[in-house]
Design a protein around this ligand. Structure first.
Ligand SMILES: NC(=O)c1ccc[n+]([C@@H]2O[C@H](COP(=O)([O-])OP(=O)(O)OC[C@H]3O[C@@H](n4cnc5c(N)ncnc54)[C@H](O)[C@@H]3O)[C@@H](O)[C@H]2O)c1
Ligand SMILES: N[C@H](C(=O)O)[C@H](O)COP(=O)(O)O
Length: 332
């Protein structure tokens, strides 16, 4: 009997999430933990039938005893979808269902029925169109439901960790969102959780500039001089090991990354393209700063692949392994 229980939310019903959960169930015995889907059981069964994959479901409630781990078997905490779902065709009426699965997984982690939650991809648009105006992603939703002021999105693949100073913001709003207070909170959470979950004592963090060539001494933007440099100096004075701000175009080269535990990028598409180029399919998305452990895949709903069986389960496998390692470290 494994002591860890990992709650897996199925994400957008029309996307690849449900079939990735079925693929994961096929290799359940390879994980040193019990996997529990938080999903619509009928949907999982229909995707398994469509792809010709083995699946026996065991419907239970959070806190109930779980069945023995066997390949092709999966425990499920049922959350019914609102309308039946066709692969690749989003129906926003299921947007609330997607959040309901998250709520069940979060509550299970908070109650100690799960050691961690791992999320399959959702469609932000579908959730917003279901009436959840202001929704921007799992990361911010978890922050709000867990009642913390700040969280940090970090994606990690073998050899590289990239965290973000700002997450799901229109590019036009990014510069104004980079403040001394925000950067201080983000760097504090990043350093703290690199130690707590990944054993990096006194972690070294390389920080990107915002502007081309880190502002070129103020000729190509002032955010480095006005905000980033003074914030890093203040944090260095308190003992944090910070490099930069460095020009983002050359920071992601082997010489600069040598000995660095994580890079802090200023915005989503400054850091994530590099990470996904380096490790798409074997990376995990990790939310730092939460009172619970949450990881996710490095990809989206891939509607073009849904129902084809061609989606790669690699990132979900990695996300589960990272969640198991983090939950074990948190328990120590
Ligand atoms: N964790 C999450 O919930 C998450 C993450 C990223 C994007 N999204 C959402 O997903 C939706 C689609 O986003 P997108 O088009 O930018 O990215 P996407 O990752 O869904 O697709 C980008 C490309 O990668 C391919 N791809 C994605 N996952 C794959 C897999 N497992 N195996 C093989 N190929 C794969 C797709 O076929 C597509 O060509 C958006 O609504 C976005 O917000 C959610
Ligand atoms: N920014 C993530 C990515 O590009 O992979 C993705 O949108 C998921 O974010 P959440 O985990 O906050 O939903």
């Amino acid at each position: 009997m494994n002591s860890q229980v990992i709650a897996l939310t199925a994400g957008e019903p029309a996307g690849i999430g449900p079939e990735l959960l079925v693929m994961l169930a096929a290799q359940a015995e390879t994980f040193p933990a019990q996997l529990v889907a938080v999903a619509d059981p009928e949907l999982l069964v229909s995707r398994a039938q469509l792809l010709g994959l083995p699946l026996t479901l065991h419907e239970v409630s959070p806190g109930d005893p779980l069945p023995p781990v066997r390949n092709g078997h999966l425990a499920v905490w049922p959350v019914a979808s609102v309308v039946p779902s066709e692969p690749g065709v989003i129906d926003a009426r299921n947007g609330g269902h997607v959040l309901a699965m998250l709520d069940v997984a979060i509550a299970a982690c908070q109650a100690g029925h799960a050691s961690a939650m791992v999320t399959a991809p959702l469609s932000k648009a579908a959730v917003i169109e279901a009436g959840h105006v202001g929704f921007t992603g799992h990361t911010e939703y978890l922050r709000d439901v867990c009642g913390v002021e700040e969280v940090v999105m970090m994606l990690a693949c073998p050899g590289l960790r990239v965290a973000l100073a700002t997450t799901h913001l229109p590019l036009r709003e990014v510069a104004d969102a980079i403040t001394p207070e925000g950067l201080t909170r983000v760097l504090g959470i990043l350093a703290h959780d690199l130690t707590r979950y990944f054993g990096r004592e006194a972690p070294r963090i390389a920080v990107c500039g915002l502007n081309p060539h880190a502002g070129e001494g103020g000729h190509l933007g002032h955010e480095e001089i006005d905000v980033i440099i003074p914030t890093l100096e203040a944090l260095r004075a308190k003992g944090m090991q910070l490099e930069g701000p460095l020009p983002a175009d050359t920071l992601f080269t082997p010489r600069h990354l040598d000995g660095i535990d994580a890079v802090l990028a200023m915005y989503h598409d400054q850091g994530l393209p590099v990470l996904k180029y380096a490790g798409f399919g074997q990376a995990a998305n990790i939310t730092l700063g939460l009172p619970i452990v949450r990881t996710s895949v490095d990809h989206g709903t891939a509607l073009d692949l849904a129902g084809t069986g061609r989606a790669d389960v690699g990132s979900l496998v990695q996300a589960v392994h990272v969640a198991i390692e983090m939950a074990a470290a948190a328990r120590d």
